[in-house]
Design a protein around this ligand. Structure first.
Ligand code: PEP
Length: 249
């Protein structure tokens, strides 16, 4: 049985003034029947971990460097995230791939170091609108999976997030059939590469304009084990709607 996961990505949003939103979420979910993860900016991670302590909420990073430590000004290592209280890290988000030119092999190297440190790696894959319109979605996702997911992956340390780039922050969402097709494809690829045991235990998240009003329908799709949520994770009331839909699914 895969435990469901609602993960929130605050991106480059949030200062100490945002911590009451997390506090309110933490107060609402002293416990939950699903996992709940908030990935705030790195500057807030330590304080967010303190706020979430002894509740259903855990915190994660939004990126880490592929090296364990060293002369990499401005970067953050997996060990630093762990030390600040993180349990997981988002890797290969399309915004990192686009803004920082991250390639699949970069994501794979980061995932290795994150897993070695004991973090769960949430590896993001997803097609652009042009790629979908050219009917290349599954080829793109397959290539990103082969290139980005390390061999040491297990159901414990790997989570895959399917995030169609054109659905992120746009209010556009693929049809439920389209979401199901990609999630079934990802599951089959994981089973083929890692065997049925591991392949079936990895959690698959959908991400792209998830909000309380569409979450229930999305969570009913086969092989959707939760969501990676951007905009709707910034306000505790919105994110609670997503968590509640996941708990009911
Ligand atoms: C994201 O960036 O991971 C995301 C899914 O954003 P949004 O929910 O705002 O579309």
């Amino acid at each position: 049985m895969r435990r469901k996961l609602a993960a929130g990505n605050w991106k480059m949003n949030g200062t100490s003034a945002s911590l009451p939103e997390l506090q309110s979420l933490a107060t609402s979910y002293p416990s939950a029947s699903v996992d709940v993860l908030i990935c705030p900016p790195a500057t807030l991670l330590h304080r967010a971990a303190d706020v979430a302590k002894d509740t259903a909420i855990t915190v994660g990073g939004q990126d880490c460097h592929a090296a364990e430590s060293g002369a990499h000004t401005g970067d953050i290592s997996a060990q630093m995230l762990l030390d600040a209280g993180a349990t997981a890290v988002i890797l290969g988000h399309s915004e990192r791939r686009e803004d920082h030119g991250e390639q699949n092999e970069d994501v794979r190297a980061k995932a290795r170091v994150a897993m070695d440190a004991g973090l769960k790696a949430i590896i993001c894959v997803g097609e652009s609108l042009e790629q979908r319109e050219a009917a290349n979605t599954l080829d793109i996702i397959g290539g990103q999976m082969s290139g980005s997911i390390p061999d040491q992956s297990t159901g414990e340390n790997l989570i895959v997030a399917y995030e169609p780039i054109w659905a992120i922050g746009t209010g556009k969402v693929p049809t439920l059939d389209e979401i199901g097709e990609v999630h079934d494809f990802i599951r089959a690829r994981l089973e083929r590469r890692f065997g049925e045991g591991v392949g079936r235990s990895v959690r698959l998240l959908y991400g792209g304009s998830v909000k309380p009003s569409n979450a229930g329908d999305i969570f009913a799709v086969s092989n959707v084990d939760g969501a990676l949520v951007g905009g709707a994770s910034l306000k505790s009331q919105d994110f609670s709607g997503v968590i509640d839909a996941l708990q009911k699914s």
